[in-house]
Design a binder for this molecule. Structure first.
Ligand code: SF4
Length: 369
């Protein structure tokens, strides 16, 4: 173990002691929500749940883009993938997400042209290489990825690429947090705020938490020590009866965020109501293309007349998991009818899905890597 690792280990041990002493004797554990799927995985990989004292409970929020994408969107993507003149371009973890009755992987097996890409720009390249096809990029994600999809739209416009489209389903994190807190069953004492999202939005985007809800929030990084520092700061605020936003990820997050990315988003998108799995329709939580760019929205160019997605009979409780109301192990399908190889719900599909993280790292041990 090198010197840096030894120092981090010592610091983590001290932070755990502090957290323990600040939460000792509590009647109910403090419930802290991590909103970001990458945080969820980092917490599991480090085994932090096992290390934290009983006075702190971590719950996962709706920060995995694949998990919050509703059946109706998947049904539309699957229908487009079945069209002769369409290529659907998507991040790989969308392939196994179940729609009402099928998935993109099954659409590809039936002969649909579904291609895995690593960025919207890859999809734009496919469009240039296949001028006889319509190339539809599944624009799923949060503030983190929305600027790159906006950049692809602007490039397509500049280069006059007429066969590149988005199927928009991009979402904004702050309205989802508000929706969670509007639920009277929500019992959340503080938020570990998403570091990657905050790079774009800035930490100030979460100032409504202390001002409107008297709740603390800490923007955190992703290493075990950074996460523990974030948890410690939250616990310290609650113990002192304080509520403010702190930034534990100052190396990349500024209070005002990234103005260039925000400007590009404002140019291309406007906010609109969006459907979130588990949370329902939330006003102003989605990003739709503004009028000058609406010709890049494939759902507007080629509208579908699909029946509304029927209620799921599988017994999947992903929606409740994403609201922090239950833990994945409380779903009766967890680890039996629902495993990463055969997911029954979207929270088991993505590497960032809460159920997938529980399944993979449920018994994790503390690691410094
Ligand atoms: S374990 Fe599977 S079925 Fe249960 S909530 Fe999670 S994703 Fe849904």
């Amino acid at each position: 173990m090198d010197e840096k690792t030894i120092k981090e280990k010592e610091l983590s041990a001290r932070l755990l002691e502090e957290i323990k002493s600040l939460t000792a004797g509590r009647e109910h554990p403090l419930r802290l929500m991590e909103v970001c799927g990458t945080h969820t995985v980092s917490i599991f990989r480090a085994g932090l749940r096992q290390l934290l004292p009983t006075g702190v409970e971590l719950v996962s929020g709706p920060g995995c883009p694949v998990c919050v994408t509703p059946d109706g969107y998947m049904d539309a993507a699957i229908a487009y993938a079945g069209m002769e003149d369409v290529i659907v371009a998507t991040f790989g973890d969308m392939l196994k997400v179940p729609g009402s009755s099928s998935s993109l992987a099954e659409a590809a097996a039936r002969g649909g042209d579904v291609r895995i890409v690593y960025s919207p720009m890859d999809a734009l390249t496919i469009a240039k290489e296949n001028p006889e096809k319509k190339v539809v990029f599944l624009a799923v994600g949060f503030e983190t990825t929305a600027p790159t999809a906006a950049a692809a739209v602007l490039t397509a416009e500049q280069e006059d690429v007429g066969n590149f489209f988005l199927l928009p389903a991009q979402k904004l994190v702050p309205p989802a947090i508000r929706a969670l807190l509007a639920d009277e069953d929500a019992r959340i004492d503080g938020f570990i705020l998403p570091g990657h999202v905050a790079v774009v939005t800035g930490s100030d985007a979460f100032s409504f938490l202390p001002t409107e809800y008297r709740l603390p929030g800490v923007v955190a990084g992703f290493s075990p020590t950074e996460l523990l520092r974030g948890i410690y700061r939250l616990v310290r605020q609650v113990a002192a009866g304080e509520a403010r936003i702190e930034n534990e990820y100052k190396s990349v997050v500024r209070p005002e965020g990234n103005p260039a990315a925000q400007k590009m988003m404002k140019q291309v998108y406007e906010t609109c109501a969006a459907e979130w799995r588990g949370l329902g329709k939330i006003p102003d939580s989605g990003l739709c293309l503004r009028e000058p760019y609406r010709r890049f929205d494939f759902s507007a160019v080629r509208p579908l007349d699909l029946p509304p997605a029927p209620p799921k009979k599988s017994g999947c409780r992903c929606g409740e998991v994403l609201q922090g109301k239950i833990l994945p192990k409380e779903c009766r399908l967890f680890g039996t009818a629902c495993v990463p190889e055969h997911p029954a719900g979207p929270c088991m599909v993505s590497a960032e899905g809460v159920c997938a993280a529980w399944h993979k790292y449920g018994g994790g041990v503390f690691q410094y890597d």
